[in-house]
Design a protein around this ligand. Structure first.
Ligand code: F0G
Length: 419
């Protein structure tokens, strides 16, 4: 697992600020942080990641939520709505049903705006403030826009969001609207929205807070830190596998970075790293295709469709980070049908865990991989559920039981109950 290591040490003195710099994952160019606004490597257009002169171990972490991990983040504090510190639910019945030794559910839907995006925004908006930008923007399948709208509002910064018309779940759209973002509904899918907003960012019109932004992914990295801390506390071990839904593949990349940094800090051994296992909807599965084909890059899907609108994405921008993340941890990727996603959403809901369809893809993928024998019965697994049930009330209502009309008399209610 040679690539699990991450280099520390100082780059050229003129590049690092406070022991932090940007590193190109393709050509290793070092880029100064907090100076010019850059999203990609100025030399080769490769993806950037944040690097640190020193990496903290477990004992450095103090406090609660995302900012408990401030020593592992590029800035010391941010625009906070008390994000992070999400529950890790013990799920023994689901573990038995799926056929694994331990199953825990890390429910990121319990963040302030109902998805993991809050972790990225608390850091990303803080960096935006430090850079002195005037307008924040993102393309979104919904959750990123809801989170950015809220964090922008909290910080008093204008927010522009580009959404695929007719393909954003009601709860997410309502959040962006009420938090006062300017909402452009684009006649195209998420990937087209990202193309457009990236161009606006290149022209200096907006500051881009999609997961192409390496600072945002640092916030999301705290999912991995928090998950391993909580799992260790509860089960006395590191999980063997983490299963998560994949859209733009930012989370897959961010979790990998969390694990690599823990290895570099000596906090976990290189053989302890959980196998990162990505799940896509069958109607939007370019990353699964790349993993199955043994390819180093994805081929963009122009037509995408799934009930899990959050991951209705055909051109995962973080694939160059996520493909090595999956391979180097010994993980895999799998596509699941919409019916399997809805079944998994019901199974979680029956145990009191309310998630949106994309989140349930994690459990659906785990089930399928266990049935195929790819996941072993002895494994300790964490499923990451990324968004709250109320994000997509229409999908929840369609998957749930139907209300029964009754007249307003006790006799009629009793009669109905007796049936
Ligand atoms: N789950 C949910 C609920 C999401 O909203 C997203 C992404 C993902 C999973 C996939 O995460 O992109 O890091 O692989 N939603 C983005 C958005 C694209 O615009 O809200 P990823």
């Amino acid at each position: 697992m040679a690539h699990l290591e991450i280099e520390t040490g100082q780059p050229s003195p003129d590049v690092a600020a406070d022991g932090v710099w940007l590193h190109c994952i393709e050509c290793s160019e070092e880029v100064a942080p907090f100076a010019d606004i850059v999203y990609r490597c100025p030399s080769c257009q490769g993806l950037l990641e944040v690097r640190y002169a020193e990496l903290p171990g477990w004992s450095a972490f103090d406090g609660r939520g995302v900012w408990r991990y401030r020593d592992a983040l590029p800035v010391d504090d941010g625009v906070s709505i008390q994000e992070g510190d999400t529950p890790l639910y013990h799920a023994p019945e689901l573990a038995r049903e799926v056929g694994v030794s331990t199953l825990a559910v890390k429910h990121e839907g319990m963040n302030p705006t109902g998805s993991f995006k809050d972790r990225g925004m608390t850091v990303g908006v803080a960096v935006a403030r430090r850079l002195g930008v005037e307008r924040l923007a993102c393309a979104s399948t919904g959750n990123t826009s809801a989170a950015l709208a809220a964090y922008g509002a909290r910080d008093g910064m204008p927010v522009l969001v580009l959404l695929p018309a007719g393909k954003v779940a009601a709860g997410k759209l309502a959040q962006a609207a009420l938090h006062g973002a300017r909402i452009l509904e684009v006649d195209g899918n998420f990937d087209t929205c990202l193309d457009l907003v990236s161009e606006l960012a290149e022209r200096g019109e907006v500051y881009l807070l999609n997961s192409l932004n390496p600072y945002r992914l640092e916030g999301q990295k705290t999912i991995g830190l928090e998950m391993l801390e909580a799992f260790r506390e509860r089960y006395g071990a590191i999980p063997d596998r983490v299963v998560l839904p994949v859209g733009n593949a930012g989370n897959t990349s961010a979790l990998h970075k969390a694990f690599r940094e823990l290895v570099a800090a000596g906090a976990i051994g290189p053989d302890d790293v959980p196998k990162l296992t990505g799940v896509q909807a069958a109607g939007a599965a370019p990353l699964v295709e790349a993993i199955e084909d043994g390819a180093d890059s994805i081929t963009r899907w122009n037509e995408v469709e799934t009930i899990a609108t959050a991951i209705r994405i055909g051109n995962p921008v973080n694939a160059p980070k996520a493909i090595p993340a999956i391979r180097e941890t010994g993980g895999t990727a799998i596509a699941v049908e919409d019916e399997e996603i809805t079944d998994a959403q019901r199974s979680l809901a029956e145990r009191g865990i309310g998630v949106e369809p994309a989140s349930a893809a994690s459990l659906a993928g785990l089930r399928a991989l266990r049935e195929q024998g790819v996941v072993d019965a002895s494994e300790r697994v964490v499923c990451l559920t990324t968004g709250h049930l109320l994000k997509d009330p229409d999908a929840a209502a369609a998957a749930g039981v139907d209300p029964e009309p009754v007249s307003a008399t006790t006799a009629d209610v009793l009669e109905l109950l007796a049936e």
